[in-house]
Ligand binder design. Structure first.
Ligand SMILES: Nc1ncnc2c1ncn2[C@@H]1O[C@H](COP(=O)(O)OP(=O)(O)OP(=O)(O)O)[C@@H](O)[C@H]1O
Ligand SMILES: [Mg+2]
Length: 321
């Protein structure tokens, strides 16, 4: 006799919950396997695994696995801040790299139409995305992260003086690119600075599953961050947490972090705003230098990478929960 319940459990385990409960008729198992976000190699390996596991169950003579890609779409995590220059782009790029190191199938969108910076941070300047059936195919940036930025669509240094509707269109094209086919199921979106109408309509239209707020210690004191929080609340986007950037100063010689602004303020402020604190990143020369060179500091396995990894781990837990 085939123990369908035990088999279902086994299939769920090896597929990470992507296999539907199996059905059995006259010795033939049928089930659906959700392969969205998997690259072709991973998809085939998982399908083969699921099939052979089903075939190994007693009383099973054949197994038919239907591949589907509907259940899980590409989830968007928006990275925003109350004001410019606090390190949104730096955090977005390095979160993408760090989440990839943790095994996430992550992509990166630079939604800063007027001042794109991800092409530089992710060493993909000058590349042009191809398109199929008028949907763009993401470019592969540093550390193999699929990405798209406005900088990939317009010639270098050309000012982009667009108005609202055009900006919305351009953003829509970046977000509706062929992400799933590029193996992406989690998209980090680096938002433009500010909390205006463009941001709000973008959030309402593309429904991120959550938001990460980046703030500096000073910015928190000035409650700029609360403006970003209310932007996301208006768009009904849940808060995934707060990242404190440029928190303390990492000595370029010994690496020791000193705290000219004191410590713990951001964590307390996050608590007051009722959101999780994801971690802090020191102000460090090495971060600025690596970023400018297009080698995201999170890619290393040193002390410079660690704060980004810690934040990615905290975020990963929130995404799972
Ligand atoms: N933790 C850090 N240590 C050192 N330099 C940093 C750190 N975070 C960001 N920077 C530097 O600060 C500058 C601004 O960072 P970034 O471009 O990421 O900010 P932003 O919030 O995206 O800015 P904008 O609002 O203009 O989009 C960059 O030169 C970047 O390299
Ligand atoms: Mg930026």
């Amino acid at each position: 006799m085939t123990d369908l319940k035990a088999l279902a459990q086994q299939l769920a385990t090896i597929s990470g919950g992507r296999a539907s409960p199996p059905r059995l008729k006259e010795g033939v198992i049928t089930l659906a396997l959700d392969v969205s976000g998997l690259d072709p190699a991973a998809r085939d390996a998982m399908a083969a695994d699921v099939r052979s596991t089903a075939l190994a169950a007693p009383g099973v003579s054949d197994a038919r696995v239907a591949l589907t890609a509907e259940r899980r779409g590409v989830r968007i995590v928006a990275v925003g801040s109350g004001k410019g220059g606090v390190g949104k782009s730096t955090v977005s790029a390095n979160l993408a790299v760090a989440l990839k190191k943790l095994g996430h199938h992550v992509g990166l969108v630079d939604a800063d139409i007027h001042g794109p910076s991800q092409a530089r941070l992710m060493a993909s300047e000058g590349q042009r995305p191809a398109a199929r059936d008028s949907r763009m195919i993401p470019i592969i940036g540093a550390q193999g992260v699929p990405m798209l930025s406005m900088a990939h669509l317009v010639p270098d240094g050309q000012a982009i003086a667009w108005r609202g509707p055009m900006v919305g269109n351009a953003l829509g094209q970046l977000l509706d690119a062929r992400w799933a086919e590029a193996g992406v199921d989690l998209l980090i979106v680096d938002l433009p600075p500010g909390t205006g109408d463009i941001q709000l309509s973008m959030l309402q239209k593309h429904k991120p599953m959550g938001a990460v707020i980046v703030s500096t210690p000073q910015d928190l004191a000035l409650i700029d961050a609360t403006r970003a929080v209310s932007l996301f609340e208006q768009a009904h986007v849940p808060m995934l947490g707060l990242v404190e950037n440029m928190a303390g100063y990492a000595c370029p010689h010994c690496g020791e972090v000193s705290d000219p602004f004191g410590q713990g303020g951001a964590e307390a402020a996050a608590g007051r705003m009722g959101m999780p604190f994801l971690g802090r990143i020191p102000l460090a020369m090495a971060i600025r230098q690596a970023s400018d060179a297009g080698t995201p500091p999170a890619a290393g396995d040193d002390a410079v990478a660690e704060p980004f990894m810690a934040i990615a781990r905290a975020l990963s837990e929130r995404l799972a929960g």
